[in-house]
Design a binder for this molecule. Structure first.
Ligand SMILES: [Zn+2]
Length: 172
């Protein structure tokens, strides 16, 4: 079984996951470790959450103009989120507007994973590429960054194999 969301991890690590994935038991394993989702459910709450992380770690970075959940974002394409810098001419100066869009999938996941993705996008305010400096900044803001990304990728694998969303609030 090819595990595309885990493809860049070492084979021995993939080999540990494969039996659970093949048995269709990744979901229950995750749910046991992460019994509940966060409550950052609106764009306003996401903005506040992101600002509070920013003021803790990146006070001097450029201000954010917008932070929102985006249902059209393709989750994996850019490390699970996206960050855009829109340049606009304002008078004589070129000012950059920084916008963070988080895939809607993150509305219904454990707080650890939302934190990981917001940290990722905040790090892009300072470092554009996914290089060593970039990940150093991510792990400075969240020491368990890589663990959270791995766990999130387990969840993506679970969904990819046809598993149900785990933390979706019950339909009213
Ligand atoms: Zn990125």
């Amino acid at each position: 079984m090819r595990l595309k969301y885990l493809a860049h991890y070492p084979e021995p690590l993939q080999a540990q996951v494969r039996p659970l994935a093949e048995a269709g038991r990744l979901g229950e394993a995750l749910q046991r470790r992460f019994p509940q989702a966060h409550d950052v459910r609106t764009d306003g709450a996401l903005y506040d959450y992101t600002q509070s992380l920013k003021s803790e770690f990146m006070r001097n970075a450029q201000p954010l103009s917008k932070v929102l959940y985006d249902s059209k974002l393709h989750v994996v394409r850019h490390a699970l989120g996206t960050h855009t810098t829109v340049s606009r001419v304002q008078g004589q100066k070129l000012k950059a507007r920084h916008e963070i869009r988080v895939a809607s999938l993150f509305r219904e996941v454990p707080l650890e994973w939302l934190r990981m993705i917001v940290v990722h996008e905040l790090a892009h305010l300072k470092v554009r590429e996914h290089d060593k400096a970039f990940y150093a900044l991510c792990t400075h803001m969240e020491p368990a960054y890589h663990q959270h990304e791995f766990d999130l990728r387990l969840y993506m694998t679970h969904l990819d194999l046809g598993g149900q969303a785990l933390w979706t609030p019950a339909a009213a």
